[in-house]
Write a protein of this length. Structure first.
Length: 126
């Protein structure tokens, strides 16, 4: 048996707002919508990045774990500083805590989910 990843879904208070943020950041089109409770972006390979409404949603409290992050997304960018500034102008937050800022930037999306920006590195040879 082989499983294929078909979707990653993030909890949030406002699915359409979070879908709009990630649409702007990734260019993935909004492909699914269910009333105001769900929105999804679909990649060319069919992978859906989904956003579902959760009543009483509490954002992760990164870098503390009072409210755990449970997962985070990583995105390759050409320039860490430029990409971070653009994403902040679109509603992301750049927390003070930046472990290994030489390798990546941690940001918080508008719903408080941490995500990382990285510069692509050459693949390791085995």
């Amino acid at each position: 048996m082989r499983m294929r990843l078909t979707a990653i879904t993030l909890d949030c208070a406002d699915p359409m707002a979070l879908a709009a943020f990630y649409h702007r950041a990734t260019g993935l089109p909004v492909a699914e919508r269910s009333d105001d409770d769900f929105a999804g972006l679909r990649a060319e390979d069919g992978l859906v990045l989904g956003f579902q409404r959760v009543e009483g949603y509490r954002p992760p409290s990164w870098p503390t774990q009072d409210v755990p992050q449970q997962l985070h997304l990583d995105f390759d960018v050409d320039d860490l500083d430029e990409a971070a500034a653009l994403l902040v102008s679109w509603g992301a937050a750049l927390p003070e805590a930046q472990p290994r800022s030489d390798l990546w930037r941690v940001l918080l999306d508008p719903a408080g989910h941490p995500f990382c920006l990285t510069v692509p590195r050459a693949p390791r040879e085995s």
